[in-house]
Design a protein around this ligand. Structure first.
Ligand code: BGC
Length: 352
């Protein structure tokens, strides 16, 4: 009797474990790797969380990794996603140029790669690119400065300083060019860059770091604006650099607050907009981008072509990567409630 019970028990256990193994296998066949650059910036936490939530809701399992802005860590994470059986990789690179070798392995194993927000450069192993219209982000910022200072009708000359992002992030040049293509015709006329720091390499901010932007702004203030010269506008490509500029102004500048641009609508920066310490930001709804990527992943997994809306702009040095560009939206203190709170992106209390 005891023996019979034992063999029944064993048979049952085997059935259950076979079932579980089948289940795990089924799930593994739908595993998606998501590689994010860093947890240091609010946006990537949100991007990662939305992607995980939406991919899981669509029936996938997700291996989500953050690399602490360390390139070898990101390379290792991607390698382990490949070895761990991920079927598609979604990658927001730290440096666009540093993933060629690991992605060659992905290609060998027929694992399609979606470049997320930032283009991955100099490899043919990228199937798709999902991002916002990065040139337009810069154009919104540049046009804002032109309109607010009324550069088309003024007789005055206004002082401008310029901050953009990490030179290893392909987006940084798009943001810079989008703004500077509009602003350059005014420089030397109604716009003066007193520091003389204008070209991309000089105004780039390593790792998009708030501290790096702050120390460069400290030096610009003490060298050019400590004598009471008015600073009228600071073009900042994103919110983390805008925060550094605002911190430096707070510490070392006594004149009227200049126009400061930004991008991302990070909570700290929206608070600054409400307080009048940042003029505008550009809202890129990470939910929209995540939705788009889920559509891409589904299409790839179904063996179909993913939806794209731009097949000419994003040349990564080897191929033109078929892209989907989402639309960036102008944000300031007058519309933040509508676009950020009413849309459920933030709660009013987050911004208090
Ligand atoms: C993103 C921006 C972000 C910046 C710094 C860029 O690639 O497009 O939204 O502010 O990286 O993380």
């Amino acid at each position: 009797m005891k023996k019979k019970f034992l063999s029944l028990f064993l048979a049952g256990a085997m059935l259950i474990s076979a079932g579980l193994a089948g289940c795990a296998k089924k799930q593994d066949s739908k595993k998606i790797g998501v590689a994010m650059p860093t947890k240091d910036l609010q946006r990537w936490n949100q991007d990662g969380a939305y992607l995980k939530e939406k991919l899981e809701a669509a029936g996938f399992t997700v291996d989500l990794q953050y690399a602490g802005n360390d390139i070898p860590t990101q390379q290792n994470q991607i390698e382990s996603m490949i070895n761990g059986g991920c079927k598609v990789l979604v990658i927001a690179s730290i440096e666009g140029d540093s993933l060629g070798t690991v992605l060659a392995t992905a290609k060998e194993k027929s694992i399609p790669v979606i470049a997320y927000d930032r283009l991955i450069m100099n490899t043919d192993a990228v199937a798709y690119y999902a991002t916002f219209d990065n040139y337009k982000v810069g154009a919104i910022q540049g046009q804002y400065i032109i309109d607010t200072l009324k550069l088309d009708s003024t007789d005055g000359v206004y002082n401008l300083e310029i901050f953009t992002g990490d030179p290893g992030d392909n987006n940084a040049r798009f943001f810079y060019n989008g703004a500077m293509d509009l602003l350059k015709p005014y420089i030397g006329k109604s716009l003066n860059v007193k520091s003389g720091q204008i070209d991309f390499e000089t105004v780039a901010t390593a790792e998009w770091s708030t501290a790096n932007a702050q120390s460069r702004m400290d030096a610009i203030i003490s060298g050019n604006y400590a004598d009471g010269t008015k600073l009228d506008a600071v073009l900042c490509s994103n919110d983390s650099t805008a925060l550094g500029v605002a911190n430096a102004l707070e510490a070392g500048y006594t004149g009227d607050y200049p126009i400061i641009t930004g991008q991302d609508c990070d909570i700290a920066n929206v608070k600054n907009m409400i307080k009048g310490k940042q003029s505008m930001s550009v809202f890129k709804d990470t939910r929209t981008l995540a939705d788009q990527v889920v559509e891409m992943v589904k299409a790839i997994m179904d063996g179909k072509k993913a939806p794209t809306n731009d097949t000419t702009t994003y040349n990564n040095g080897v191929i033109v990567v078929p892209s989907f560009l989402c639309t960036p939206v102008f944000a300031d203190a007058s519309n933040y409630k509508k676009i950020l709170v009413d849309s459920g992106y933030y709660k009013e209390a987050d911004l208090a």
